[in-house]
Every structure is written in C-alpha cells, then in structure tokens.
Ligand binder design. Structure first.
Ligand SMILES: *Cc1c(COP(=O)(O)O)cnc(C)c1O
Ligand code: SF4
Length: 341
C-alpha cells in the first residue's frame, strides 16, 4: 500500500464511511424492515428510473413492519411512480432557463443559488432532482470559476445559497476553499446552505464543517430539510446543537406530502420538535409538479386549509410559510390562508 493510499484511508471522515454503507437496493431495505416481498416488483421499476438510496441511520428511525411509515414512504419507490400525469414535467420549476452561468441560478433579487453537486445522501422519490441533467449543470466542474465571476460582477447579490443535489456531500476541503473565495467578494453578507444531511446523516456535522461554515466573515444560515418529526432523533438534535453553539442560524423547509405529513397532527408535531432541537420552521412547500411524483400531491385547497389550522394552533414563529414555486416568478409564491374566526 502506498503512503498516499494509507493517509487517504486514515483521512476518510466517519460520515463518508456511513454514507457508503447506506441501503442501495429495495430488497435490502424491505428485508431490514421485515416487510413483504410484494412491494418489491414496483420498487424495482422505480429504482431503475431513479435509484433508491437511503442511509442506515435514517432507516433506523422507521417503524419495522409498517409499509405506511412516513419516512419509508419518502424513499421506497411505489407503483404509482409509473403513472403519467400531463401536468407533471421534467423541469417543473424552470431551472434550466434560469441558469445564468454554469451551476448558477439567479431567479430572485439579491441572492443566487449555486448548484455545487448533483449528489445526495438520500434519494427522495418526490424530488425534482430525479430528472435533472446535473452532469452538465453543476458549478464545481469548473472549479466554480465562472460562478464566482458572475457573483463578482453583480454587486446587488448579498447572499449565496449552496444547493444541489446536496452541497454537504462534498468534502470539507472543497467547501472550505469555496467559502474562502466567497468571503473575498465584498458585497456578499451571508452564506446559506440548503441540506438534508444534518437530518439524514447527522455524523456529517463535524468539526471540519463547522470550521468553514463559521470561519469566514459571512453570516452562516443552514436550511435543513425535514418532513416529519420522526426524522428528528437525538443524533439530529446533537448535530443541531453543535451548529447552533457555533453560531449558525437554523431553519427548516418541508415538502407537503400526501399521506406522509399532510395532517394537523403531523405538522404540529414537526414544528414543535424542530423548536425543541433549536430550528425554526421556514417554508412548507407545495410539491413541485415533477413527473413520477403525482401521488404525493396535496390539493391546493387542502394545503391552504391545513395552513389555516396551523396558524390557529401554533405560535406565529412555529408556523411555516406555505408556498409554491412558479416558473418565472420573482420569489416563492405564498399561498394565502383565510382564517375561520
Ligand atoms: C428557492 C430559491 C431561492 C431562495 O428563496 P428564499 O425565499 O430566499 O428562501 C433562491 N434562489 C433560487 C433559484 C431558488 O429556487
Ligand atoms: S435534493 Fe433534497 S429532496 Fe431532492 S433527493 Fe436530494 S435530499 Fe432529497
């Protein structure tokens, strides 16, 4: 073994080992949960389209023997994925026309979104990412050079959002190098990261991550992505505490999903659990109309009624904003809710 290979092995962070141990076949997942093989045929065809992928720690939070478990339903391909619906398309939010430089999405005033990678730790069945041509579109391929020069040339940009895929699947030395380049751009004030990793693989929140995220002059914001209170176990709590202690503002966005979190009970429990672990609810997104995900859609009037009830039941700071993404719009579109009174 060469010295290089040896030091590389010693240097593999624990979270990367955990990531590589994740479930990658529906058969293994069903077996681990004690579920019948009758789900396998459907799962197999979805898996061929968009591979199933889920970390073991996330599976450990699922109920054994329950095919309707709200965490399982987010990752197990169902037969309904094969149905086609005319309103559900490959690029439902108009990302491709909004790309201003390789991997840069500049849709809204003052902030740009950087697509840093196409990779994720988990493949969520409802995600628009299932059809996205990341091969050509992410910014890291060119060392972020065109992306950084685009940001430098636009002094009205004050915030950069690292997104993907999941930016935290990248190694810390690369993210540290990017943060260093960004902090040198004088008009930037905030560095925002959108990631599902602190939830699905909380080991990802390590010292190296905290160092680059909080080590620059940019104010750090991390938007988590949790859809259900059961996702937020003690390990996630620990990861969030470390982030908060280091000075990171923590917010959460949720996708509203039929039969997973579209009830008052599920949403109230989620908001309360988020607050317990130091996170404020930010957005409750109406599903993007992506092909293969129609069975997750909650009707808009039902979504509005749910949001109205949450507004009546929870303190204002625990009510997420119900919103939808419309192609070409200048911001996420808020969906208004009229109270009963
Ligand atoms: C959602 C999104 C943002 C962030 O919007 P906020 O309302 O600031 O959270 C920024 N840019 C793009 C391209 C987006 O899709
Ligand atoms: S981008 Fe987010 S929602 Fe989509 S697969 Fe990755 S982690 Fe899941």
């Amino acid at each position: 073994m060469s010295a290089g290979a040896l030091s590389q092995d010693i240097g593999t962070p624990a979270w990367q080992k955990e990531l590589s141990r994740g479930f990658r076949h529906p058969r293994d997942l069903l077996a681990a949960l004690g579920l019948s093989e009758r789900w396998l045929t459907a799962a197999q065809s979805g898996h061929e389209d968009f591979p199933m992928r889920v970390p073991r720690g996330f599976v450990a939070r699922m109920r054994r023997g329950d095919p309707h478990d709200p965490l399982l339903r987010q990752v197990l391909p169902l037969a309904e994925e094969q149905d086609s619906h005319f309103q559900f398309s490959q690029d439902p939010v108009g990302d491709l026309p909004a790309m201003t430089a390789p991997g840069v999405l500049h849709k809204y005033h003052g902030r740009v979104l950087l697509i840093t990678t196409g990779a994720c730790a988990i493949n969520c069945r409802y995600c628009f990412r299932r059809h996205y041509p990341y091969g050509d579109a992410h910014a890291a391929r060119q060392q972020w050079v065109p992306a950084l020069s685009y940001i430098r040339d636009h002094p009205d940009i004050t915030e950069v959002i690292l997104s993907g895929g999941d930016p935290l699947t990248l190694p810390d030395h690369r993210l540290a190098a990017l943060a260093e380049q960004l902090q040198r751009i004088p008009h930037l004030q905030r560095l925002r990261v959108h990631s599902r990793l602190p939830v699905v693989l909380p080991q990802r929140v390590n010292t190296a991550l905290l160092d680059w995220l909080t080590g620059s002059r940019l104010q750090p914001v991390l938007v988590l992505h949790a859809n259900h209170a059961n996702e937020l176990d003690e390990q996630v709590h620990h990861a969030c505490r470390r982030l908060r202690d280091a000075g990171v503002m923590l917010l959460n966005q949720t996708v509203l999903l039929r039969d997973i979190n579209d009830s008052v009970a599920a949403q109230t429990a989620l908001s309360e659990r988020l607050f317990t672990i130091g996170v404020l609810p930010y957005y409750l997104h109406q599903l993007d109309r992506v092909a293969g995900a129609a069975h997750y859609l909650v009707r808009e009037e039902d979504a509005r009624a749910l949001a109205a009830t949450l507004t009546e039941r929870l303190p204002g700071y625990l009510v997420p904003r119900l919103a939808r993404e419309d192609p070409g719009a200048p911001a996420k579109t808020p969906l208004s809710t009229s109270l009963h009174g």
